[in-house]
Design a protein around this ligand. Structure first.
Ligand code: CTP
Length: 401
């Protein structure tokens, strides 16, 4: 896609990956995008302002206190003259300063002063990426609407292996293009809460009860609602899927944690409960690993019912989202069971799907659903889960219009 007429402010922070910023500038310029660059103090140790200036064909900003720059273009204007701010590579240090709201150099000041969307592409040592301080900084930034691209997993300059490598420049370009293409959608200003994935209910510290849900459908719905402009909170059980772009993700393990995270996310205009929540949990999970011993009687687990998150949200009184959508996974008498579930759980719509093993839907790429509302049932054809998500998001937008 052409980015003609668009302008990106690219903030390059320090790190060995800073050289890849040059490739990103080249790709952006090739797509017709205007690029203005800010180099952090440490970035200038890895790439020279001269090479950045030559590739971006634009003045490079490095010093917060340069009077010439302030008279030409102050840091406030610098942050507002762009359509999008991109931080690539984003070091652990700059991410922490962004999360804390510091303004101690030009890069941080520009990021604090902006009213434009921000996309960050982190790059750092794997242990720095996994450190609770960085995890917390990323969670804070995502909750504020900052989009995160990468990092990738692989061998690192420091001879370690793991997540922390800067996403490849073409992937960053794709994320920038997608972000710049977003016009304010029909769900702009709405908050959508989506649950996704299975829950894990501990038996002991090493074992748990789970189910085969992949989270694909719930994650696709979160992405589709975000694509229509909604602010989306995705409460997800354990999945191996990447976080959908532009969505605030809350990771949980158990049904009780999922309910608490959902309640903390209220108020919301829309709730879509696509998670395959475990109906039961072990009454008292063992604190140590349960050992087997020869001749011992069969092990009995006492199960107690988990809270019903969908029913709880549908009965949330003044906090009830205007539109509450549930899923019904059925193997028999699909329409009747799903319609009964809609009434029993107090939700507005039920998306019913046949999860008989022969359909291959549970954990698969496609879904064949029936949308059950107060006025009737619509049968949708078998579609990729992403397409089901887009149709559902469009129906939700129409219902709230
Ligand atoms: N759900 C939930 N919390 C639970 C159980 C289910 O929020 N503890 C939600 C699911 O996310 C889904 C809907 O309820 O939107 C239906 O779940 P499903 O497992 O199909 O139905 P059940 O309530 O388990 O009913 P059944 O016993 O008929 O399977």
């Amino acid at each position: 896609m052409s980015l003609h007429g668009k302008r990106v402010l690219l903030i390059v922070s320090g790190g060995i990956a800073a050289y890849k910023a040059l490739e990103l500038i080249r790709l952006l310029r090739g797509a017709g995008c205007g690029v203005t660059c800010v180099l952090s103090r440490s970035a200038a140790q890895f790439v020279t302002p001269l090479s950045v200036q030559a590739l971006s064909e634009s003045k490079v900003y490095t010093d917060l206190f340069s009077l010439t720059d302030e008279s030409e273009m102050g840091h406030i204007q610098l942050s507002r003259a762009a359509d999008l701010l991109v931080v690539a590579p984003a070091s652990a240090d700059l991410l922490a300063r962004m999360a804390a709201g510091l303004a101690d150099d030009l890069a941080a000041t520009v990021l604090l002063a902006t009213d434009k969307p921000v996309l960050v592409a982190p790059a750092m040592n794997v242990r720095m990426w996994q450190h609770p301080a960085t995890v917390a900084a990323i969670a804070t930034l995502v909750a504020r609407g900052v989009q995160v691209v990468g990092p990738d997993e692989g061998p690192m300059a420091c001879n370690e292996f793991g997540p922390g490598r800067l996403a490849e420049p073409p992937a960053i370009l794709a994320a920038i293009t997608a972000r710049l293409a977003q016009a304010p959608g029909p769900l702009a200003g709405r908050h959508a809460l989506v649950t996704s994935g299975p829950t894990h209910e501990p038996i002991d510290p090493v074992r748990y009860l789970a189910n085969r849900s992949s989270g694909r459908q719930g994650h696709a719905i979160a992405a589709a609602l975000a694509a229509l402009g909604a602010r989306v909170t995705l409460v997800s059980g354990p999945v191996t899927l990447p976080d959908p772009a532009g969505v605030a993700v809350r990771r949980v393990e158990t049904a009780q944690q999922m309910l608490a995270a959902c309640q903390a996310a209220l108020p919301a205009d829309i709730a879509v409960c696509a998670a395959a929540v475990a109906d039961w949990r072990v009454a008292t999970a063992a604190s140590g690993k349960i050992k087997k011993s020869p001749g011992a009687p069969p092990l009995a687990l006492e199960l107690v019912a988990n809270p019903d998150i969908l029913a709880t949200l549908a009965a949330a009184g003044p906090d009830r989202p205007r539109l509450v959508v549930g899923f019904a996974a059925e193997t028999d008498a699909l329409a009747d069971n799903a319609a009964a579930k809609r009434t029993r759980k107090g939700c507005d719509w039920i998306v019913a799907n046949d999860v008989s093993p022969q359909t291959g839907i549970m954990g698969g790429e496609e879904n064949a659903v029936h949308l059950i509302t107060a006025t009737g049932t619509e049968d949708w054809p078998r579609l990729p889960k992403a397409e089901v998500a887009h149709r559902l998001a469009a129906r939700i937008a129409a219902a709230l219009a």
